[in-house]
Design a protein around this ligand. Structure first.
Ligand code: PLP
Length: 407
């Protein structure tokens, strides 16, 4: 049986959670934007900088070797985290956005006018704009799959959007606004049935789901470090070995080359072919430490805890007059987006902040979804492994007060 998490002990590992904001204990509910970092991550990065830092891959001296070992060990941790078949399928990037740009840029030369890219209406701009580049510069056509009232992906619509012209299906594994979890294995099967590649944006799902890229049979999977209790400035792209072998390099310089001559250049193998320049070394090591830290928990227990916290918040806000929750699809993750009639989300967030409660307000980099919902912005509370029932109580109490002040 799954043991419940000891949330108090977990919170004690996050120094920032003991600070106050505006004279109140911090209630941090902006985890979908960026999660806080445990001591294990902060210490791993500072210990590395203090004791064994040099540039990676290029040196023959001891510090260069030690740093390279730590950097490559982090790559193995990412591989294990998503069960990729080989470390050569894991590319470090500076985040989720760069990973998606790397793929879009890498296939650009193959795109013919009229080739189609299939996206969902709930994508983050990071999984829209790189494909717009292919539309603007190479004549690709973007096809959009809708979501239903609850925020679930329209699978029949996806089927209808696929054709022999589809080159890429690029869809989120979990929406940063609705919390919707998509049926990634089925999406991959459908994409492959028309010989298209499939990329999953796992920036949110990486921290809320158990990801197995081999079981999903995806061609690309995108992770970002700062939402999995790691540092910012680091992410990872998983690419199937066959897909990476065909993909053109994104940026030039550094370890991505094999030979450079006056009139010719040849490239290194993946993953180095895609890691131009000095990589984010300490960030990669911090990312590895975050995965080690997170892997100590039973994933079922994490999910059960986050679900309970989400449910408590959902029940709490449902009692508020004129409040609408966006995203109620079955199996959704711990993200609660909402609107309150007569109160702008920015005003709500500002008042909540006075009570020490950090939530996000805005379009959440998902303007096509905002259009679909008929709003310009929402407020969003998003939950992490360290959030407690007391956090939710404080949030609901502050929300009642904020509504009272605004309406
Ligand atoms: C679903 C989703 N995709 C992509 C991104 C972008 O990731 P990064 O900030 O690592 O570039 C985010 C971050 O907000 C996200 O939530």
């Amino acid at each position: 049986m799954t043991q419940p998490l000891d949330v108090l002990a977990i919170r004690a590992e996050f120094p920032i959670l003991s600070r106050e904001v505006n004279g109140k204990p911090l209630v941090y509910l902006d985890n979908a934007a960026s999660a806080q970092k445990p001591n294990a991550v902060i210490d791993a990065m500072s210990d590395q900088a203090r004791t064994a830092y040099a540039n990676v891959h290029r040196g023959i001296h001891t510090l260069a070797n030690e740093t390279t070992e730590a950097y490559e060990a982090a790559r193995e941790k990412v591989r294990a985290f998503i069960n990729a078949g080989s470390v050569n399928e894991i590319i470090f990037t500076k985040g989720g956005t760069e990973a998606i740009n790397l793929v879009a840029n890498g296939i650009a030369d193959e795109i013919q006018p009229g080739d189609e890219i299939v996206l969902s209406i709930m994508e983050h701009h990071s999984n829209i704009v790189p494909w717009h580049f292919l539309r603007e510069r190479h004549g690709a056509v973007l096809k959009w799959v809708e979501v239903d009232e609850a925020g679930a992906l329209d699978m029949a619509g996806l089927q209808a959007a696929l054709s022999e012209k589809t080159r890429m299906v690029a869809i989120t594994h979990m929406s940063n606004v609705l919390g919707t979890v998509t049926d990634a294995a089925e999406i991959a099967r459908m994409a492959h049935a028309v010989d298209a590649e499939v990329l999953f944006d796992g920036c949110q799902s990486g921290v809320h789901l158990d990801v197995d890229v081999q079981a999903l049979d995806c061609d690309y999977y995108v992770l970002t470090g700062h939402k999995i209790y790691g540092p910012s400035g680091i992410g990872a792209l998983y690419g199937k070995a066959d897909s990476l072998a065909k993909l053109r390099p994104f940026q030039g310089g550094g370890e991505m080359i094999e030979i450079v001559e006056r009139d010719r250049v040849t490239y290194n193998e993946a993953p180095h072919k895609f890691e131009a320049g000095t990589p984010p070394i300490l960030q990669a090591i911090g990312f590895g430490a975050a995965l080690d830290w997170f892997e100590q928990f039973d994933k079922d227990a994490v999910r059960a805890h986050e679900h309970a916290i989400y449910q408590q918040a959902y029940e709490g806000v449902r009692g508020i007059n004129g409040l609408r929750v966006h995203g109620t699809a079955a199996g959704k993750g711990a993200v609660l987006s909402f609107s309150v009639d007569g109160a702008h989300p920015h005003d709500l967030a500002q008042i909540l902040d006075r009570y020490g409660v950090a939530v996000r307000a805005g379009h959440h980099c998902a303007q096509p979804l905002m259009d679909h919902l008929g709003v310009s912005a929402t407020a969003r509370a998003s939950f992490a492994v360290y959030n407690s029932a007391a956090d939710v109580d404080a949030f609901i109490e502050a929300l009642h007060k904020a509504r009272g002040m605004l309406i």
